[in-house]
Design a protein around this ligand. Structure first.
Ligand code: ATP
Ligand code: MG
Length: 354
């Protein structure tokens, strides 16, 4: 309701009352003494009384109307205020005419806020449903494998030296995979809830990258992938949680091997960006289709190419990477050309002390 509406309604009502009064007055005079209408004083009396009646009825109408509206609006405002502040005993504010406009605005804002919240809840609900579906799907495969091996062993395979050891080893591998899924999910949950406190220190990311590359060398060798660091002699000091950044580098370099071609190449480069250091991990592997680029950081998301290149991927590594960097208030981006290669780049705060 607009604040000037009570005034308009009161004006109309006062006008109607005054018009009726004038009609009755003229009719009355015409019946009683028609000649009196020609007297100046009669006309003056009619005009003066009509003006007074108009003003008085306008004031009475407006007062009654506003009192009624205010009482209703105070109630509405009190309810909104209580919901907003989540208090049950908040006093309604004093309301004057201009305040009606303000209340109107607040109600509109509140309505938008509520619609936004409902939309968010809907999205969360859909996300939750998808998440549960993904978790159960990811867990089903190793669980079915474990069940299959154990049933075969119980069905007599235990006494068959050709398979008993082999099947137990496969069972163990699947259990290991289940444990890794649970550990990754636990890590994501902790990062999301902000429970993980970062242990921020100053460290040399060049030395850390060398350590990670050394650890992954065996995996790279299996695919004859060469790994290297772009020309960089001096240490590159950054600020961050060293162990968490080790995990970021491990996940990115591991991906470059997994989704790299045989005899391919992985290169890590550092770029000085005044306040930040940009670290890039580049491969010349299978690449990612443009339509899938924005989705690779989602939990459990795996590209079509990725699935066929490495069936065992869980789709959790990049989600963890993104969370770790967000916890550092830093960013990660990806660019890729299918069939040519991929580059993941993330920033870290440059250490002020050199
Ligand atoms: N360097 C890359 N080149 C091509 N595709 C990639 C690359 N890195 C990631 N991807 C795609 O993004 C998906 C998500 O990667 P992510 O690291 O989150 O999961 P994953 O490697 O499948 O499993 P894990 O949780 O064990 O790391 C991969 O499945 C793959 O499809
Ligand atoms: Mg990965």
């Amino acid at each position: 309701m607009k604040y000037h509406e009570p005034r308009l309604i009161s004006l109309t009502n006062a006008f109607v009352v005054t018009a009726l009064y004038v009609i009755f007055f003229i009719t009355g005079v015409l019946i009683i003494s028609p000649g009196a209408l020609h007297h100046f004083y009669t006309i003056l009396f009619l005009l003066a009384s009509a003006v007074i009646l108009f003003v008085c009825s306008f004031l009475v109408f407006r007062y009654t109307l506003e009192k009624f509206i205010y009482s209703k609006i105070r109630l509405v405002y009190k309810t909104i205020h209580n919901i907003k502040t989540k208090k049950g005993n908040a006093k309604p504010p004093r309301i004057d005419l201009q305040f009606l406009e303000h209340v109107n605005q607040e109600v509109e804002e509140w309505q938008h806020e509520q619609s936004r919240e409902i939309e968010q809840l809907r999205m969360l609900e859909q996300y939750r449903r998808e998440f549960i579906g993904n978790v159960s799907h990811e867990m089903k495969t190793p669980l079915f494998h474990i069940q299959g091996y154990i049933l075969t062993l119980l069905d007599g395979g235990l006494d068959d030296p050709a398979i008993n050891r082999e099947y137990l080893q496969r069972t163990e591998k699947n259990i290991e995979r289940l444990i890794r899924i649970v550990e990754d999910l636990d890590e994501i949950a902790q990062l999301e809830s902000g429970q993980i406190k970062l242990n921020v220190t100053r460290f040399d990311i060049l030395a850390l990258t060398r350590e990670v590359i050394e650890l992954l060398e065996m995996k790279a060798l299996k695919k004859e992938i060469g790994m290297g660091i772009a020309r960089q002699e001096k240490p590159v000091f950054v600020e961050g949680d060293k162990e968490k950044i080790r995990q970021v580098l491990t996940n990115l370099i591991e991906n470059s091997i997994r989704y790299g071609n045989v005899k391919g190449r992985t290169k890590v480069s550092f770029f000085d960006m005044d306040e930040h250091i940009l670290t890039e991990v580049t491969d010349n592997g299978i690449g990612i289709e443009p339509g899938e680029l924005s989705r690779v950081f989602e939990r459990f998301y795996r590209t079509h190419r990725g699935r066929s290149a490495f069936a065992k991927g869980k789709g959790l590594g990049l989600a963890i990477v993104k969370h770790i960097l967000e916890a550092h208030q830093q960013t990660i981006n990806v660019r890729s050309t299918p069939g040519v290669g991929t580059t993941f780049g993330f920033t870290l705060k440059k250490s002020k002390v050199y």
